[in-house]
Design a protein around this ligand. Structure first.
Ligand code: NAD
Length: 485
């Protein structure tokens, strides 16, 4: 891919590639080098209106397009994502700073899986029927909502963008979608793929821009009847405050502060290997990363020394280098935020066991935003460092003695997205899984994803569930028809 071809990316509205109405662009910065490599449209309410007009035009035909035809076009998009793997992976890494091998192995393959999964889901989607003895039969229709909005974050750009768009399209809706303004390039390439795949014009409209100008105009538009949002709890609150009084359907996938609960009877090697990953994969910028590591007292010292030894081997550097385990964090703003969280942890009495510093690689990445994987101990459960999301390569260690204490620490959080539990005792694993306040629990594994399962969090981690039939149900309106016999 020649990045100079993408110096100015464009909105995709009604099948056309267009400039933003404002003609305003902002810089796209490669976080690994600190260099500006492109310009991103800053769209506004006028662009959103154009996209809604295009969607309205496309909707009557798309909502009655046969399932076979919808399957064929969505499946074709999946095939084209696979064919463009290298180009998309390079776009993702250039925008986001994550290692190229990770974009190739995880982000882009998952984007095509999302399209393939929901292409087949729409062929099997069925609804209920309820018989009232000999009086009546009820059947439930599942109809497309109409025009829906999908807004996604920067950490897994194409992966999370397609996780929303694919079910929304599969269910027969027209979509106004906005990727993060920090990582727009793979979504722009996706718009070209959708065109090539034969997705009818106006069915999917992709707008680029920031939250205040573009995202908020999508949320506030009266003809966009549902909002599927993944991002920060702060933005989720703002979105809910606008969308809820308009009675829009809302799916909010928000922040996390996930516990990894490690009991003494775990499979040691598997646990060690996985907890290093669940702490620092994607520079710790996965909403599912375990940022609070809770360790049973009898193994705490052993865990600490071996964990530090393994973390010390995580090489931080140029994301284009296949030996780099950790790339750059996504932006200067985020770099500053994570570094200030590390300072806060120190001021709260935390002891930095390893890391805590910026990394300055030599060569082309000298001006990039790199941070050492950081492990901190000695902090109280209720301090800010243990309560607030950092969303970077920073974890804390805490000690527990009993199962009840482990649960109390795990649940001492305003967030409730995911937890991991490490034990060989199946009864204990089930007891803890049942009592932990999170929407997702992994036992003796992490990030093992079956796309049919419900995905989402409780408490400040969000409202609603994505994945499988949950996503198909979210993107449809249920209508019950009662027929007297
Ligand atoms: P963010 O909330 O700043 O932005 C997310 C998206 O929302 C962007 O596209 C942004 O432009 C847009 N946006 C921001 N304010 C908006 C507003 N008022 N109205 C409409 N749109 C708005 O989040 P981020 O920094 O891009 O992503 C990191 C956050 O996402 C973290 O908190 C992380 O935990 C969360 N996240 C959650 C999940 C999950 O599944 N629960 C997955 C990934 C990331």
């Amino acid at each position: 891919m020649n990045l100079s071809n993408y110096q100015y990316i464009q909105n995709y509205i009604g099948g056309e590639f267009t400039e933003p109405a404002s003609k305003l662009y902002f810089d796209n910065i490669n976080p690994a080098t600190g260099e500006v490599f492109g310009q991103i449209p800053n769209s506004n309410a006028e662009d959103v209106q154009k996209a809604v007009d295009a969607a309205q035009k496309a909707l009557p035909a798309w909502r009655v397009t046969s399932t076979e035809k919808r399957f064929a076009v969505l499946n074709r998009i999946a095939e084209l994502i696979d064919q463009h793997l290298d180009e998309l992976a390079l776009a993702e890494t250039t925008d986001n700073g994550k290692p190229l091998w990770l974009s190739k192995k995880v982000d882009i393959p998952r984007a095509s899986s999302n399209f393939r999964f929901f292409a087949t889901a729409l062929m099997h989607f069925a609804s209920e029927s309820h018989q009232m003895e000999d009086k009546a039969i009820n059947y439930t229709l599942r109809q497309p909502i109409g025009i829906v909005g999908c807004i996604s974050p920067w950490n897994l750009p194409l992966y999370l963008f397609t996780w929303k768009i694919a079910p929304a399209l599969a269910a027969g809706n027209c979509v106004i979608a906005k990727p993060s303004e920090v990582t727009p390039l793979s979504a722009y390439l996706l718009s070209k793929i959708c065109k090539e795949a034969g997705l009818p014009d106006g069915v999917l409209n992709i707008l680029h821009g920031d939250g205040p100008s573009c995202g908020s105009a999508i949320v506030a538009h009266p003809d966009i009847k549902a909002i599927s949002f993944t991002g920060s709890t702060r933005a989720g609150q703002q979105i809910a405050s606008v969308a809820a009084p308009m009675f829009k359907k809302l799916s909010l996938e928000l922040g996390g502060k996930n516990p990894a609960i490690i009991f003494a009877d775990c499979d040691w090697e598997k646990m060690m290997r996985t907890v290093v990953q669940s702490s620092f994969a994607n520079q710790g910028q996965i909403c599912l990363c375990g940022s609070r590591i809770l360790v049973e007292k009898s193994i705490y010292e052993k865990f600490k020394s071996e964990f530090i030894a393994r973390v010390s081997k995580l090489r931080v550097g140029d994301p284009m280098d296949e030996n780099s385990k950790q790339g750059a964090v996504v932006s200067k703003v985020h770099f500053d935020k994570v570094m200030s969280c590390i300072e806060l942890a120190k001021s709260e009495g935390g002891k930095i066991l390893i890391g805590g510093q910026a990394v300055k690689p030599e060569g082309r990445c000298a001006q990039g935003y790199f941070i050492e994987p950081t492990v901190i101990e000695g902090l109280a459960p209720g301090c800010k460092t243990n309560m607030e999301e950092i969303f970077g390569p920073v974890v804390t260690l805490q000690v527990f003695e009993t199962e009840a204490e482990a649960l109390a620490l795990a649940n001492c959080s305003n967030y409730g997205l995911a937890a991991t539990v490490w034990t060989q005792d199946i009864s204990k694993a089930n007891r803890v899984a049942m009592q932990v306040h999170t929407g997702i629990v992994w036992v003796n594994c992490w990030l093992l994803r079956d796309l049919r399962t419900p995905f989402g969090g409780m408490k400040n981690s969000g409202v609603g569930r994505e994945g499988g039939w949950d996503a198909m149900r979210f993107f449809t309106e249920a209508k019950n028809v009662c027929v007297e016999i």
